[in-house]
Design a protein around this ligand. Structure first.
Ligand SMILES: [Zn+2]
Length: 511
């Protein structure tokens, strides 16, 4: 067993060997929290959540960092537009992001550093680059001098003069057009910190270099992000870190494909296109915010849908794919119900091996055990091969099919005694399904708890709450009325009173 990963830096699959024995540091570029997240922002978190699960399963101690960019030109633009402080906008959108992660079962992140908590480290990093001759201060800004770095362009295969660097408006302050800003001087009214170069704020790229160094060290194992981050963001991170430290920043650069709407060619979810999808997407597939999609589809369906595609491929997103995922999941949910009828046990409570070693059990002689062991080996082989989750899901399907076939042939429904060896053997075999689905972060609780199957219940509960609030207000009990409204707002559910007395509700922030 060797895990192999595709490294953007070398353009090939390489055996996975860690910097320190049995330890893995992963850094994934997180969101700029100026707007509600949409489904495209979830592709990276879902795949890296799965990658971490798989590495832990393989015995590694994994430390996964996702940063939050809470100071940025876009946030400042929002501050001006909304008249709300940047920090309040960042906090609101971070909560939205965290809610979405939770709904999609992304719960493996160890640290979420914020750029504004690392200003000192960013300033020190910038100063070090100036001291080493790789950066220069110019009119209150500091720029990285791309022509000083002979390695510049090795990640994205671009020459330094091919692209205008960040801080295009400050072109006159730069030595060459490809130079990018490490520090930006503040205009009046903009959020700013003291620095040796005057009041200002960090550039975007330097944040990630400073935070990954602070938390994971100068050289760490995996750096992830969407394909659209290869240039300029990751190229610049790499240049900053390697010029500062004189050693490789990252062993493996992993990039996930972007999301594309099923019915046209526009990608969504890239850093450069952070607008809500809108347009041709139906409501169920996300014409509204991600919270709407999750309310309609359930987080597990979205996670499953994303994992069906290999992470390096483009995810084609729309109703068709989501409907297919829903149908696929039904096969599993029906099996879980059947399993409970036959064995008296809930699938979700089944104990299962949580390491590869613990799960390496010799196949027993009966055919079911053999085929289950074969499918487990096949699943792990797919995951070893650059985390091929789509192929691994195919093996899970096969596994359920075999379990169902065995239950049919052996007429397990008629056994009626959970201590019967046939049932005991069947439970053993099903534990492998639990073991493997845990790796993908799937089927960790009942569908009702996941929200998907509760679809029909939510509108009824909402009608009830709206009625109770109406009655309270009619009795001039505004305290209770407001309590209901505020408690719902905390859950990101907004009530809107219409003319004529009707009240409507919707998921998501204030319109
Ligand atoms: Zn980054």
């Amino acid at each position: 067993m060797t895990i192999r990963v595709y490294n953007t830096l070398t353009k090939q699959k390489e055996p996975f060997e860690t910097v320190a024995p049995a330890k893995v540091g992963i850094y994934l570029c997180g969101p700029t929290v100026y707007k509600e997240s949409h489904i495209g922002h979830m592709v990276g978190p879902v795949i890296f959540d799965t990658i971490k699960r798989y590495l832990v399963y393989n015995g590694y101690e994994v430390h996964w960092v996702v940063n939050i960019t809470d100071v940025d030109d876009k946030l400042i633009a929002q501050q001006h537009e909304r008249g709300v402080p940047m920090s309040a906008i960042a906090e609101e959108m971070t909560i939205d992001y965290l809610n979405n992660l939770r709904a999609l079962g992304v719960d493996q992140i160890d640290r979420m550093p914020k750029a504004t908590e690392h200003i000192d480290g960013i300033i020190r990093f910038t100063q070090a680059l100036i001291d080493k001759g790789y950066a220069y201060a110019s009119g209150g800004d500091v720029f990285f001098d791309v022509l000083k770095d002979p390695g510049y362009g090795k990640l994205s295969n671009r020459r330094p003069d091919e692209q205008q660097g960040e801080g295009g408006g400050a072109a006159s302050k730069k030595r060459s057009p490809g130079d990018f800003a490490l520090w930006k001087s503040a205009k009046p009214g903009e959020p700013a910190w003291n620095s040796p170069w005057g009041q200002g704020r960090p550039g975007w790229h330097i944040e990630c270099s400073a935070m990954s160094k602070a938390i994971l060290g100068e050289t760490f194992d995996i750096h992830g992000g969407g394909l659209d981050l290869v240039f300029p963001h990751h190229e610049n991170e790499l240049a900053q870190s390697e010029c500062c430290h004189g050693k490789p920043m990252v062993k493996y650069w992993l990039h996930n494909g972007l999301l594309r709407k099923g019915d046209d060619a526009g990608k969504i979810g890239g850093r450069s296109d952070r607008e809500s999808p809108g347009g041709k997407l139906s409501r169920s597939a996300g014409a509204g915010g991600l919270a709407d999609v999750i309310a309609a589809q359930g987080g597990e369906r979205i996670r499953f849908f994303l994992l069906k595609t290999h992470y390096r491929s483009t995810v084609v997103y729309g109703d068709e794919g989501l409907d297919e995922a829903a149908g696929n999941l039904e096969t599993f949910y029906r099996f879980f119900e059947r399993f409970q009828r036959m064995t008296g046990q809930r699938f979700f409570n089944l104990p299962a091996a949580n390491t590869r070693e613990a799960g390496n059990v010799e196949a027993a002689s009966e055919p079911l055990s053999k085929v289950v062991r074969q499918l487990r080996a096949s699943f792990l082989e797919k995951m070893d091969d650059d985390f091929n989750t789509g192929g691994a899901i195919g093996d899970l399907f096969e596994l359920v099919r075999e379990l169902n076939r065995h239950a049919d042939q052996s007429r397990l429904e008629e056994v009626g005694n959970v201590k019967d060896p046939r049932i005991v053997g069947f439970v053993e075999a099903t534990r492998v399904l639990r073991e493997l689905s845990n790796i993908l972060g799937l089927f960790r609780s009942t569908p009702a708890q996941r929200g998907g199957a509760a679809e029909g219940v939510v509108p009824k509960l909402m009608d009830l709450l709206i009625d109770l609030r109406k009655e309270a207000r009619e009795k001039k009990d505004f305290f209770t009325g407001d309590k209901i409204r505020n408690a719902l707002a905390q859950m990101n559910i907004m009530l809107e009173d219409r003319k004529g007395g009707a009240t409507e509700w919707r998921m998501g922030g204030p319109s």
